[in-house]
Write a protein that binds this ligand. Structure first.
Ligand code: ZN
Length: 66
């Protein structure tokens, strides 16, 4: 389930913030639970998900409409 105003699920950085890594209008990192602002947050997030056993092996659809 995605928030209407997406932000990084790890650090809470808002989508659109200058530090949020993106390619044109599309985010570079995300999971099935939301956006990730950077490779660091993505690594943290997926390591946690693996530890929890909730890691989704199938790539989620990009949550931002471009
Ligand atoms: Zn982040």
């Amino acid at each position: 389930m995605l928030a209407k105003t997406p932000s990084c699920v790890e650090c809470g950085l808002a989508w659109g913030a200058p530090r949020f890594k993106h390619e044109d209008e599309a985010p570079l990192y995300w999971s099935d639970t939301g956006l990730l602002c950077s490779s660091g947050c993505a690594q943290t997030h997926f390591a946690k998900r693996r530890a929890e056993g909730t890691f989704a092996g199938v790539p989620a659809e990009c949550p931002v409409e471009v």
